[in-house]
Design a protein around this ligand. Structure first.
Ligand SMILES: C[S@@+](CC[C@H](N)C(=O)[O-])C[C@H]1O[C@@H](n2cnc3c(N)ncnc32)[C@H](O)[C@@H]1O
Length: 250
C-alpha cells in the first residue's frame, strides 16, 4: 500500500497532464451506467485520483461529491486522504460510490467493497478488461527500457497477481456478491477515447504511476529524448479504444 501511495503521489504532476485525459473520457462513459439517479445524489469518488469520476457526477447534477484517495498529492483541493478499506465516513453517508479503476489495486478487494457498501448502498466501478493493449504500451515500454527503466515491484505484483485483479467480469461480480450486494451486474463497454496523437499517447504512458516517478529522476535532456523517440515510434498509431468493464451493485 505504501508503495502505491508513494507512486501516485510522485506521479501526480505527470498524471494531471497525461493519463487524466484518458481517464476523464472513461469516467464520463462510466457515469452513464450509474445504478441509481446521480442527479441530487451524494456521491463518493473512491480512489478518486484527480477526481474525474466525481467531476462526471457533478456534470450529472450530483448534490455533493467527496473525493477520497490513498495518495494525498494526486487529490484535487478538498479531497480526503483515506484508504478506501477504512473510510472516515459514517454508515450510509453517501447514496452512491464510484470506484473508477481503483479496486484492482487492493490486496483484499472484498474488504474494500464491503467498506464501500457500508458508506453507500449503491456502487459503480470500472476495470480494464483483461488482455487489453494498445501499441503505445509496447513502444513506450521499449524506449523506457533503453533509458534504464525497470518496473517497480509493486507494479509487477499488481500485474502478475490474477487472484487480486478485477479485470475479469466474473471476478468483479464475485467481489460485489461476496461484499453483500444483491443486484450485481457487469457489462463490457468499448470506449473510443479520441486519443491518437503521438504526443498525447506518450503523455498518457509516461504519466502512469509505475513510470512517472522514474522519468522524473532523469535529466531534462534525457526526458526530452525519451519523449521524442517514443513519439516517433507512435506516428500513425490507432486511436485508443478501451474495453471497460462496468460493475453496478446495489
Ligand atoms: C488507476 S488510478 C484511477 C484514479 C481515478 N479513479 C481515475 O479514474 O482517474 C487508481 C487510484 O486508486 C488509488 N488507490 C489505490 N489504492 C487505494 C486505497 N487502498 N484506498 C484509496 N485509494 C486507493 C490510487 O492512489 C489512484 O489514485
Amino acid at each position: 500500500m505504501k508503495e502505491i501511495r508513494q507512486a501516485y503521489d510522485a506521479a501526480a504532476p505527470a498524471w494531471r497532464v497525461g493519463p487524466a485525459r484518458l481517464y476523464g473520457v472513461l469516467a464520463q462513459v462510466l457515469l452513464d451506467h450509474a445504478p441509481v439517479p446521480v442527479r441530487g445524489a451524494v456521491v463518493l469518488d473512491a480512489g478518486a485520483g484527480t477526481g474525474v469520476a466525481g467531476d462526471a457526477a457533478w456534470v450529472r447534477g450530483a448534490a455533493r461529491v467527496v473525493d477520497a484517495d490513498l495518495a494525498p498529492e494526486i487529490l484535487a483541493p478538498g479531497g480526503v486522504a483515506a484508504d478506501l478499506r477504512r473510510l472516515p465516513f459514517r454508515d450510509r453517508a453517501f447514496d452512491l460510490t464510484v470506484a473508477a479503476f481503483s479496486l484492482g489495486h487492493l490486496d483484499d478487494p472484498v474488504l474494500g467493497v464491503r467498506e464501500l457498501r457500508r458508506v453507500a448502498p449503491a456502487l459503480l466501478a470500472s476495470a480494464f478488461a483483461e488482455g487489453w493493449t494498445h501499441p503505445a504500451k509496447e513502444v513506450v515500454d521499449d524506449v523506457l527500457a533503453v533509458h534504464g527503466y525497470r518496473a517497480p515491484d509493486w507494479y509487477t505484483a499488481f500485474k502478475d497477481g490474477p487472484e487480486r485483479r478485477a479485470g475479469a467480469p466474473d471476478r468483479l461480480a464475485d467481489l460485489a456478491v461476496a461484499a453483500g450486494h444483491h443486484d450485481v451486474r457487469v457489462s463490457r463497454v468499448e470506449v473510443a477515447t479520441g486519443l491518437s496523437a503521438p504526443r498525447d499517447l506518450v503523455a498518457w504512458r509516461l504519466g502512469m504511476a509505475h513510470v512517472a516517478p522514474f522519468v522524473a529522476t532523469l535529466p531534462e535532456t534525457a526526458q526530452q529524448a525519451l519523449r521524442s523517440e517514443a513519439e516517433r515510434g507512435l506516428a500513425g498509431a490507432p486511436e485508443v479504444v478501451v474495453p471497460m468493464l462496468v460493475l453496478t451493485a446495489t
